[in-house]
Design a protein around this ligand. Structure first.
Ligand code: FAD
Ligand code: NAG
Ligand code: NAG
Length: 509
């Protein structure tokens, strides 16, 4: 449906970024290194933070990683019939360079690709169905939507091109003290504007038709973020990039990256819930006072606390996702920032699909569609329905047609009732449900994101999710915060919030 090649310049970038050595960050280190750092939350964001902190601060610092649930966070799997299936974050874009880098470093590999086929359900029937023939898709789209499709591809690529700049900045050791500054460094005022508009406003403004938005764009934002085209334009572009070809996943499950990063960083995992963080003053040998953070936590063996030089909070500070009290901060740090997280329910069903539910008249043995996206329509219950493959693809595997009992994944805003399930499936033997507070509810355009810096040496990774939530966004935030924590510790102001980096770095190269 969309061109199958990656832009040459982004590939060039890839080479530059990942083979090049760390750039100019190794300025003379004036101050002693920190002794202890705490990271709270062992999702991809927190584990990537421990990895990058180790890279920045070296082997001497002790890094503790607190996790109240399981390592992986929103990357999680469930087992059905002896195989594991992703229930949380599942797809990764081919240009997500941090995720790629982690795989290389950790000796993991990409899951074998099983070709997929997409369709769009309008509430009565499949209004669009991808064909095996690229040219057929192309002509169909041209017929219905004129050049909207081609333009969308170019529009997303334009955003992606600017987005890719972050890798070069980070390679050269530059960091940003707020989400707005990070966005501005990537795409200038146009990115801030994009994040401050709805996707709908941005695309209508760029000349796309309303019917294209309803029929094609909304189904994509619904499957990726469970929300309409009224999400902010930046996360909207990220979402549309999630319909690009070449998407991948980690062989054995995406959460393997988290445990791998944790192992590699030599951080200590503390299975406990952090309940409070407060500021503490302590006299030091050379006279004067040092200010430290006291982290209070409760684990299997009761409550305890420990002191740290630097703390990174890598869980969303929102209702239902964490409950951490911050004591003694001026200005005060809230336990919860404004806004809330959107519920998406993942239901895995091992069963036989009722293809008539989709208005399909072909025999199920000839129904090979793997991803059914949905238009917003009256009485719509589901956001999407996908035939999914296990996290490890055995040799000789091929995805069965709809006539076989197999694993389907349904995304919906609410729990599916038995009646709803029995309309969609003729029979089933397993139903597993996982309710997520999955990503921010992007109802409001991005007016003000939460800060990266909560206090002098206290940082907040999840702020980035208000621009867009994705594994790679958490990884970018992780690297940014490790750099920022390092530069602020060593007072390397020249590496923070620099303007016009894309022009300056071009001449430095
Ligand atoms: C259904 C679904 C589908 C998605 N699809 C995709 C996709 O296809 N591609 C993609 O890139 N992204 C996807 N995402 C988004 C992606 O999963 C997230 O953006 C990413 O995993 C967030 O990682 P994180 O480490 O920042 O946060 P989390 O994974 O939420 O990690 C936070 C961790 O902190 C722990 N914690 C919370 N409070 C405390 C405390 N007080 N003390 C100790 N520990 C605490 C939690 O238990 C959790 O493990 C999806 C998300 C969902 C839910
Ligand atoms: C976003 O929009 C609001 C009002 O519409 C405006 O006040 C604000 O300055 C804008 N911010 C950016 C970064 O463009
Ligand atoms: C399958 O779906 C169709 C259309 O929604 C419905 O009329 C029919 O009753 C369903 N079949 C079963 C066995 O539930």
């Amino acid at each position: 449906m969309i061109s199958r090649t990656l832009p040459a310049r982004t590939l060039l970038f890839l080479g530059l970024c990942l083979t090049g050595r760390r750039g100019l960050a190794s300025a003379p280190e004036l101050k002693e290194q920190p002794k202890r750092i705490a990271v709270i939350g062992a999702g991809i964001g927190g584990t990537a933070t421990t990895y990058f902190l180790r890279q920045e601060f070296g082997v001497g610092v002790k890094i503790d990683l607190f996790e109240s649930g399981t390592v992986g966070g929103r990357l999680a799997t469930e087992e059905i019939g002896g195989a594991e299936y992703e229930t949380g974050g599942s797809i990764i874009h081919p240009l997500n360079l941090h995720m790629k880098h982690f795989l290389d470093r950790l000796g993991l590999s990409q899951r074998r690709d099983v070709p997929s086929k997409m369709a769009i359900f309008d509430g009565e029937q499949l209004s669009f169905q991808e064909s095996d023939w690229f040219i057929v898709n192309f002509l169909r789209m041209l017929w219905r939507y004129g050049f909207n499709f081609l333009r969308m591809h170019m529009w997303v690529e334009g955003v992606l091109d600017k987005f890719m700049r972050i890798y070069q900045y980070q390679q050269f050791g530059y960091s940003f003290s707020s989400v707005e500054r990070l966005l501005h460094a990537m795409g200038g005022d146009s990115f801030l504007l994009l994040a401050n508009q709805t996707l709908e406003e941005a695309m209508l403004g760029a000349g796309f038709s309303q019917s294209f938005l309803n029929d094609i764009v909304a189904p994509v934002t619904r499957i990726n973020y469970g929300q309409s085209v009224r999400i902010n334009g930046f996360v909207g572009a990220v979402s549309l990039a999630g319909a690009d070809p070449g998407l991948w996943a980690v062989d054995g499950g995406n959460k393997k990256v988290c445990s791998g990063l944790l192992y590699h960083s030599k951080a200590e995992l503390i299975p406990a819930v952090v309940t409070a963080i407060s500021t503490k003053q302590r006299p030091i040998k050379t006279g004067g006072m040092a200010s430290l953070y006291e982290v209070n936590y409760a684990g299997e063996f009761g409550s305890a606390h420990a002191l740290y030089d630097i703390v990174v909070v890598a869980t969303p500070l929102h209702q239902g996702l964490s409950q951490i009290a911050f004591h003694g901060f001026t200005p005060p740090v809230p336990s919860h920032f404004p806004g809330h997280y959107h519920q998406t329910v993942t239901t895995l069903v091992h069963g036989l699909l009722n293809t008539s539910f989709l208005g399909v008249t072909d025999p199920p043995a000839q129904f090979w569609v793997s991803d059914v996206l949905t238009m917003e329509h009256k009485g719509s219950v589901i956001n999407s329905l996908s035939s999914i493959d296990p996290v490890h693809i055995p040799t000789g595997y091929s995805r069965p047609p709809a006539s076989a009992h197999k694993v389907w994944k349904v995304f919906s805003p609410q729990t599916l009732t038995k009646t709803q399930l029995s309309q969609m499936f003729l029979s089933w033997d397993t139903v597993l449900e996982r309710r997520w507070l999955a990503y921010p509810s992007y109802r409001q355009p991005l007016r003000r994101t939460p800060p990266f810096v909560l206090h002098e040496r206290l940082y907040y990774l999840g702020a980035v999710e208000w621009a867009a939530s994705a594994m790679e966004m958490s990884a970018i935030s992780a690297r940014n915060l490790a750099l920022l924590a390092h530069h602020r510790w060593h007072e390397l102001e020249g590496k923070i919030d620099q303007e016009d980096l894309h022009i300056r770095l071009r001449s430095e190269l």
